[in-house]
Design a protein around this ligand. Structure first.
Ligand SMILES: Cc1ncc(COP(=O)(O)O)c(C=O)c1O
Ligand SMILES: N[C@@H](CCCC[NH3+])C(=O)O
Length: 428
């Protein structure tokens, strides 16, 4: 578990024990390791450089938008890939320079595009013709020339979960392959836009190099055609998607990934931009939870914990696997028995694991959900009126709360009880 390891029988995050943090902030909480995030960034940056690539790593903030996480990466030189005005504002607030920010997404609104232009970000990845026209209009009104990439849909199967595959022609993302030349021609002709890049992202949690290679080879041909059409392509945005092991998967290493980029695209004279999310933060985070009680059902034993599907949605949404470990190291003699590990939310889907072998536990014991640093807190909700859980960052032998748990008063503070006689509106 990287910088999460047992020391004298107790689980530590770097130099801080998990029970120490739990005593301070209560459970459930997310815990991130600074050293793991830094190591993943450095390994990827060094792999890209060793492959001879001039590359910028733009962290996909959607994976973990915590300001302290974004700042840790931006201090190492990372840029940011954002998909909403909220993420753009977070990246700027965390200190990412605007010239290292790229804006992706199929549904950017007029206001979001205007804010991106005003912020002076590096590149906007356009995903449709209407968006191109809107961006040109806004850029012209602002008296600006905007560097754009067209996100293309290469119709390549990423061989990942259907809900997170993005590069097939039936997916909503990108410009369909057969229309790409035409759309670049429109972009060239529009005022306020400078098409300088091609963008492509075929999906998330890829565990094979083949689909990346297939997409990169398609991009290679495309760049040559676009250049012959008169578009000066100087930058390639290759998206993110490199997977991490959750349950024994063996995704390509950063070196193999960088090698595939260099082999297929390295001689085109383009700078490269990658948008990893999960790779940088996935196994840099744990969700720590307490056992509320152990309940014996008709056919199985349920370990009911105080974390739920609203805190970590991946098992309910994608049937995703997260390893679950006790915070006290189990001794080799203790036999693990299959249990269902469930949360308190009123849905059967609020199940983290079915018939998972676990050493015997009792109320009050701490359990951790591994590999929860990406798309964990990021996707949390307050379903069942459960306040969002705190996030804690460890750095060496120190820890800090980097997101506080709201009080119940704060959680309900945005609701309103209207006085129907006065402060309401009419309308047809
Ligand atoms: C455009 C874009 N870039 C980057 C990412 C980050 O993906 P991952 O976390 O799999 O690296 C995503 C999410 O799949 C995305 O949609
Ligand atoms: N939320 C997904 C990843 C989505 C990637 C977004 N482009 C997951 O947890 O696996």
């Amino acid at each position: 578990m990287n910088h999460f390891d047992y020391q004298d029988g107790v689980l530590f995050a770097e130099g801080v024990s998990i029970p120490r943090i739990a005593a301070d902030v209560g459970t459930p909480f997310y815990c991130y390791s600074t050293a793991t995030i830094e190591r993943h960034y450095t390994v990827l940056a060094e792999s890209l450089a060793a492959a001879g690539l001039k590359a910028t790593i733009c962290f996909a903030c959607k994976a973990n938008p915590n300001l302290a996480v974004i700042r840790t990466l931006s201090r190492l030189g990372a840029g940011a890939d954002v998909v909403s005005e909220g993420e753009l504002r977070r990246a700027l607030a965390a200190g990412v320079p605007a010239e290292r920010i790229v804006f992706s997404g199929v549904g950017k609104t007029r206001d979001e595009l205007a804010f991106a232009i005003e912020s002076g970000i590096m590149q906007i990845n356009v995903e449709s013709e209407p968006e191109l026209l809107m961006l040109s209009e806004l850029a012209t009104a602002a008296g600006r020339e905007i560097e754009v990439a067209i996100r293309v849909n290469p119709d390549v199967d990423a061989n990942t979960h259907a809900k997170i595959t993005t590069g097939k022609k039936e997916n909503k993302f990108g410009i369909e392959w057969t229309r790409v030349r035409e759309v670049y021609a429109i972009a060239r002709a529009l005022p306020g836009l400078v098409p300088v890049a091609v963008a492509c992202h075929i999906g998330s949690q890829l565990t094979e190099i083949g689909p990346f290679r297939e997409a990169f080879l398609r991009l290679r041909d495309l760049v040559q055609v676009l250049r012959s059409d008169g578009t000066d392509i100087r930058r390639l945005d290759l998206g993110g998607g490199l997977g991490v092991p959750y349950d024994g998967e063996t995704p390509p290493s950063p070196a193999a990934y960088a090698g595939a980029i260099a082999e297929t695209l390295g001689d085109l004279g383009c700078s490269v931009l990658v948008e990893p999310g999960r790779l940088l933060v996935g196994n840099a985070g744990l969700l720590v939870s307490s056992v509320v009680r152990v309940k014996t059902g008709a056919t199985r034993t349920f370990v009911v914990v105080d974390a739920a599907m609203n805190d970590l949605m991946r098992p309910a949404l994608y049937d995703a696997y997260h390893a679950i470990h006790p915070v006290t190291e189990p001794s080799a003699e203790v036999e693990a028995v299959p249990v269902d590990i469930v949360g308190p939310v009123c849905e059967t889907g609020d199940t983290f694991a079915r018939q998972r072998p676990l050493p015997p536990v009792q109320a009050g014991d701490l359990l951790v959900f591994a590999t929860a640093g990406a798309y964990g807190a990021a996707m949390a909700s307050t379903y069942n009126s459960r306040p969002l859980v705190p996030e804690v960052m460890v750095n060496g032998n120190r820890f800090a709360v980097v997101r506080v748990r709201p009080s119940y008063e704060e959680m309900i503070a945005f609701d309103r009880l209207p006085d129907w006689q006065s402060d309401t509106k009419t309308g047809q």
